[in-house]
Design a binder for this molecule. Structure first.
Ligand SMILES: [Zn+2]
Length: 471
């Protein structure tokens, strides 16, 4: 990777270096020889300019190439890796995380909808967005695919906060015009699509923000709303707009869908019928999936968000990783926290749960596969694999730094491991909440666990010359 470093832009901002153990992925270890899927530098460096990565490689190679580079953050006993990618999360459920449980459909009625009704109030939405961003950035997550609510206020609040950090985020208005309480229900299918399109035009590609058309799930949209949502998605898909929804999460949900749409042969076909299954569609959960549905998800290049913490908490079902990754029709899979069904904002802690869900099927996810899923896998699921999710020249400089001794016990435990992947496996399995020590967004250290002001907006840095990448 050091052969073709990006040329320095003489008019650009000063160079920045991040030095330490560096790990990044370049291919899917479920489908390829693992050793060819990553680059690891024991004493490595990431060189950054104007929010993008100029070069990555061994420090000893890069230091002479960039003699003018003096601003270097050095991390010992930590691993520098791409910022984590959360492929499915509801920021608006932050106020109800950890609510005493019930199964999915009851849980939505009891906790979710009453909470989401509060987001008509912009001030409430602003406050929750602020808390949410602090939570995800503290955990090293730099990109997320996010549900808001049916209220435009909640979409604006989310993107406004994202702009302050300059994070690459995906969100949009949630569509639901039936089978939900009146307090969160769209007035009409037509009106809901009109509002969505206005928000799309306001936010899509404004800085790093990206828009998604979001029917909550098939049971809460009328056929008319699904039809109009499909048309909106198809009108803007070439401009990179997403479709984000839930699919095949729990058996009683699947049964309900087949009652509501008896003419379709499976749940995926319901979405497909309305033009919602395509190359920028991201489906959350996919725990109980028929073979013909996997085939459709593969053929249409959809992304799937594996949300093990949430699936266990709600007792939904077990995601079948090895079905999804079948060699002859692999599906793009990333990790999702699915807060508030999920019980924490940390992607590494969700890897811990993914391992256990896999072990129930007598398959084990090692640290190579796990941290691929957390970074590049997520970028592939979101079709952003040429933009974020890897540390390589030209990528946006979004970085997480995981401490290998986040506690006295962890430090002692690590003494018994030599290999970096064995250490990372212990780290994800211990699942401590403070393992991420620093988060860089477009080259700015927006979170630093050691700094007196832990969080900083992009505007608080001396020069923010970030220019949005072409996607
Ligand atoms: Zn969800």
């Amino acid at each position: 990777m050091t052969d073709t470093p990006f040329p320095i832009n003489p008019e650009g901002s000063a160079l920045k270096g991040v030095r330490g153990q560096v790990l990044t992925f370049k291919a899917d270890p479920f489908l390829n020889n693992e050793s060819e899927c990553y680059d690891y530098y024991e004493d490595g460096m990431v060189v950054i300019q104007d929010g993008h990565i100029l070069a990555v490689g061994p420090y000893s190679d890069l230091a002479p190439e960039y003699p003018e580079l003096s601003d270097i953050d050095t991390y010992t006993d930590a691993v520098i890796m791409p910022g984590f990618i959360d492929c499915h999360v509801h920021y608006v459920q932050s106020p109800m995380i950890g609510s005493f449980g019930d199964t999915l459909l009851q849980w939505l009625n009891q906790y979710t909808f009453p909470t989401e009704a509060k987001f008509k109030d912009k001030k409430f939405a602003d406050d929750v967005a602020k808390v949410f961003f602090r939570q995800v950035l503290e955990q090293g997550t730099t990109t997320a695919n996010v549900f808001s609510t049916a209220f435009a206020e909640s979409v604006d609040a989310f993107f406004e906060e994202s702009e302050r950090y300059n994070t690459r985020m995906i969100s949009g208005k949630v569509l639901m015009d039936r089978n939900v309480p009146d307090a969160v229900k769209d007035e009409s299918a037509e009106e809901s699509i009109l509002v969505s399109e206005q928000l799309l035009k306001k936010w899509h590609h404004r800085g790093r923000q990206l828009y998604a058309v979001i029917p909550r799930f098939a049971p809460t949209s009328s056929p008319k709303q699904l039809e109009l949502a499909g048309q909106l998605y198809q009108r803007y898909i070439d401009q990179g707009v997403y479709m984000h929804t839930h699919l095949d999460e729990a058996q009683n949900e699947i049964d309900w869908v087949s009652q509501l749409f008896p003419e379709e042969s499976n749940y995926t076909d319901v979405y497909k019928h309305y033009g919602l299954v395509d190359r920028r569609s991201v489906m959350a959960h996919c725990c109980i999936v028929r073979e013909e549905e996997w085939q459709t998800l593969h053929d249409c290049q959809c992304g799937v968000a594996h949300c093990p913490c949430s699936n266990l908490f709600l007792g939904d079902g077990q995601f079948k990783m090895w079905e999804a990754k079948q060699q002859n029709r692999p599906v793009r899979v990333g990790m999702g926290t699915d807060v508030g069904g999920g019980t924490n904002f940390s992607i590494p802690r969700n890897l811990n749960e993914a391992y256990k869900v896999s072990m129930l099927q007598m398959k084990n996810i090692n640290a190579v596969k796990a941290f691929y899923l957390a970074t590049r896998g997520g970028a592939e699921a979101l079709h952003l694999e040429n933009t974020v999710g890897s540390l390589a020249p030209g990528y946006e400089a979004d970085i997480a730094v995981l401490s290998l001794h986040p506690s006295e016990f962890a430090e002692w435990r690590m003494k018994f491991e030599d290999n970096i992947f064995d250490k990372l496996f212990v780290l994800m399995t211990l699942g401590l909440n403070n393992m991420n020590v620093a988060t860089y967004v477009a080259g700015n250290k927006v979170f630093d666990r050691e700094r007196s002001e832990q969080f900083k907006y992009a505007s608080e840095f001396q020069k923010s010359e970030y220019k949005s990448s072409k996607l």
